[in-house]
Design a protein around this ligand. Structure first.
Ligand SMILES: O=C(O)c1cccc(C(=O)CC[C@H]2O[C@@H](n3cnc4c(=O)[nH]cnc43)[C@H](O)[C@@H]2O)c1
Length: 214
């Protein structure tokens, strides 16, 4: 049976995933902390403790307006470091264009497809596409529109996926990011974040992971 490591940012996300996954011995859920740097460091450390076959980054996220709504689940096709690069007077230059590696990690297509099919069967609204990783939560309409135009496949943004995926890639492990939408990306308005609904969606994703991988 495949051994899976699931990294969440904070305790509430970890508990939601665990409620769905239950006590399966082949699935470990751990906290990565907030942001890509801590997530990469903690994932790399967690990967030294066991022989894992696959890594997932899971949690709540912001959804791009008209692409992913609150309560939807977004499953990654690409995990994108959206602020890794350089500004120029004309445009943002991703590291790829600077010749310093890649800002994109391709997600495991087979598990993405299985997760998407299982959750859709169970009535969950699922979106697939790019999930952006940013060290700073987007807080203006202007930045949201810039990101939408730059990443036309992006459904959601969060803060850990590329860090988790980078650690997995160092060990040549397949990786998947799954995000339950708690808020729309734009002007900061935490009172309108529906964390309860997003955590309930995350729990359903945990159930699907258990059903598929055990
Ligand atoms: O306050 C709570 O009860 C609570 C429960 C669970 C999670 C939180 C968080 O604040 C998690 C932070 C985590 O969420 C991601 N996130 C969510 N929305 C966005 C967004 O619009 N842009 C970027 N990241 C977002 C992110 O990965 C954070 O690490 C609170």
């Amino acid at each position: 049976m495949a051994k899976i490591l699931i990294m969440t940012a904070v305790e509430a996300e970890k508990e939601a995933v665990k409620r769905g996954v239950g006590d399966e011995a082949n699935i470990n859920v751990a906290n990565a902390g907030v942001g890509p740097a801590q997530a990469a460091a903690r994932t790399a450390f967690a990967l030294t403790s066991d022989d894992y076959d696959m890594v997932m980054s899971a949690g709540i996220a912001g959804g791009f307006k008209n692409r992913a709504a609150i309560g939807d689940l977004v499953i990654s096709e690409r995990i994108v470091a959206a602020d890794l690069g350089a500004e120029s007077s004309e445009s943002f230059l991703p590291v790829d264009e600077l010749g310093f590696g890649s800002s994109v990690i391709v997600a495991d297509a087979s598990s993405a497809q299985q997760m998407s099919a299982r959750l859709s069967e169970n009535g969950q609204v699922v979106q697939t596409g790019g999930i952006l990783t940013l060290a700073t939560v987007t807080g203006t309409e202007e930045t949201a529109r810039v990101l939408e135009q730059r990443y036309t496949d992006a459904q959601a943004e969060a803060m850990e996926g590329f860090g988790v995926a980078s650690a997995a890639s160092e060990k040549n492990l397949p990786v998947l990011e799954i995000r339950a939408i708690s808020n729309l990306i734009g002007p900061r308005d935490k009172e309108n974040w529906n964390i309860k609904e997003a955590l309930a969606t995350l729990e359903k994703a945990g159930v699907a992971i258990k059903e598929i991988f055990t």
